[in-house]
Design a protein around this ligand. Structure first.
Ligand code: SAM
Ligand code: SF4
Length: 329
């Protein structure tokens, strides 16, 4: 069977699929207050197109899909799409990244599907600060989602974007959540994917600084063994129930084992988060491509996956400034 292997011998087994570019929140690090220019609905991939793309990719060895956006639960019938995707017997795992504000009533349904893990984005444990960051007053809903998911049979990871001078005083509070809760907190380096571009920061909160800050509060941190293509470097405070990790999203020290590709909500294929899109799969499908055509296309594109995020960024036609909501985080 044909497999998706790039010129550096990396096998692609993981698709991140953005189901929409729309969002109910306006996180400061992701988009401007007025939001981004969302595309016309007919430019978004339909669920049938997404199902077909995923199926073809799974026949080429992709066994894990993460659904993201924008906010996936904003799109009408998203849970029905999850049920549809669950039929794909070649997928071992379907995961979701969500801001958690709209999902409480769906948790029971989701628990019955192949949803192994949910990444819940929460950047502050302080209601007022959370509202400042997201520009929306939904902390209570999100925290209730956190508690419900923690009790469910779905693995829960918390995504915390570390924002200089904004939530950097809360890193230990997040680590403390892992004392009794079986969750994986992951601190993410902030990237310039915010609809504006690179910010001037006095303090750069990269992997090393985040870890040093946590080490000032704990002297009993254990390094865990990371899975081969793990996006985070993972740790545990001795005797705590959960774990914490750091995602070097901007310093890009994990590209060597990358097993991921992305498809945006408008069907743009991305070999790397930092490239500016290498092919419009939606138009290819709408122009009549067969599944065999799609397979050939995916094999040829993946072969050209850049060595790392720095090479991908150099090959771009524009600076990194588009919103993560457009790309699919
Ligand atoms: N709306 C969902 C959410 O917030 O979880 C899914 C989409 S969001 C774009 C996916 C992830 O990207 C979130 O965890 C978010 O915090 C992260 N993200 C967005 N903009 C970012 C940026 N500029 N730097 C680092 N992470 C970012
Ligand atoms: Fe929306 Fe997620 Fe971006 Fe926040 S990070 S604005 S929740 S897409």
């Amino acid at each position: 069977m044909n497999q998706l292997i790039d010129n550096f011998g990396r096998q692609i087994t993981y698709l991140r699929l953005a189901v929409t570019d729309r969002c109910n929140l306006r996180c400061q690090y992701c988009m401007p207050a007025q939001g981004i220019n969302i595309v016309d609905r007919k430019e978004l991939l339909t669920y049938k197109e997404m199902y077909r793309i995923t199926r073809v990719l799974s026949e080429l060895g992709v066994n894990k899909v993460r659904l993201t956006g924008g906010e996936p639960f904003v799109r009408k019938d998203f849970v029905k799409f999850l049920e549809m995707l669950d039929f794909n017997d070649l997928l071992d795992e379907i995961n979701i990244t969500t801001n958690g504000a709209l999902i409480r009533k769906h948790i029971k349904t989701i628990e019955r599907l192949k949803i192994k893990s949910i990444n819940l984005s929460i950047d502050s444990l302080d209601k007022k600060k959370f509202a400042d960051i997201t520009r929306r007053d939904v902390f209570d809903e999100v925290y209730e989602t956190l508690e419900l998911l923690e009790k469910s049979n779905i693995n829960l990871k918390l995504n915390v974007v570390v924002q200089s001078g904004i939530n950097t005083d809360e890193l230990a509070d997040f680590v403390e959540l892992t004392k009794d809760k079986n969750i994986a907190v992951r601190f993410i380096e902030e990237m310039p994917f915010n609809g504006v571009g690179l910010k001037e920061e006095k303090d750069v909160w990269d992997y090393n600084k985040i870890l040093s800050e946590i080490e000032t509060k704990y002297d009993n941190i254990e390094k865990l063994v990371d899975g081969k293509s793990s996006t985070s470097r993972n740790f545990k405070v001795n005797n705590y129930t959960g774990t914490f990790g750091i995602i070097p999203a901007f310093t890009r020290t994990i590209c060597g084992d990358c097993n991921r590709i992305r498809i945006t909500a408008t069907g743009i294929f991305k070999n790397c988060l930092f490239d500016d899109g290498v092919f419009n799969v939606r138009d290819f499908i709408r122009n009549g491509a067969s599944n065999e055509d799609l397979k050939k296309l995916f094999l040829s594109i993946v072969a050209k996956k850049p060595k790392d995020g720095f090479v991908a960024e150099k090959q771009r036609n524009s600076d990194v400034s588009e919103s993560m909501s457009t790309i699919g985080g």
